[in-house]
Design a protein around this ligand. Sequence first.
Ligand code: SAM
Length: 214
Amino acid sequence: LADIHLKHGGVSFYRDHILPFLIAQAMRDPELVPYRRRTIAKAHGRVLEIGVGSGLNFPHYSSAVESLVALDPSAKLLTYAGREARRTGRAVALIEADVEDIPLAAASLDCVVSTWTLCSVPRLGRALAEIRRVLKPGGDFLFVEHGLSVDAHIQRWQRLLTPVWRRISGGCHLDRAIDRELMASGFSLVDIARGYATGPKVATFFYEGRARPV
Ligand SMILES: C[S@@+](CC[C@H](N)C(=O)[O-])C[C@H]1O[C@@H](n2cnc3c(N)ncnc32)[C@H](O)[C@@H]1O
């Protein structure tokens, strides 16, 4: 029994403390900053950021943003995000919540923002339906994500590695075709850029753009 308890305790300690620390460190990569800057610069009006992590996008929001709500299921990452909000002077309402069940009213937001979050959401279709629900008609979903490469040999590695990788990385899938998933969930792609960033090709095929509910 003690062994079982220790094993389970170890898993939740990893998930609740070690993993958030590793995510916060990894996401500080300076290579990601231009992607953050371009994506966040487009946000305006009433904005929701999903999977806010440690709040690394806060410095990039412009004065076109009237209000910012940011959610994440990780209490630890929200603590880091709170610190970042105070450091940058960004007014933001932080909520511990899941994008699959957004605690906000339908058609209440001008923009939803996601930077490298859709890879980790367990039920992507449900998350995208929720994003559609909270966006006003004509609202923008602004995103930069990593996902399925266009190269067959990289795709093979992405599909092979995902079952193992997701177990140690907080549920991250390497093999999601973000553009196809958006269209299948009733979004039209207003603009989209796809290509490799620097780093291992299995994790750096990026999708960057803007989508709108059809
Ligand atoms: C790779 S990190 C990216 C963090 C942040 N967006 C950034 O750009 O630094 C993935 C984030 O997605 C969050 N996440 C995972 N599952 C989620 C879910 N179901 N709903 C909302 N956020 C989720 C994680 O807690 C984590 O903060």
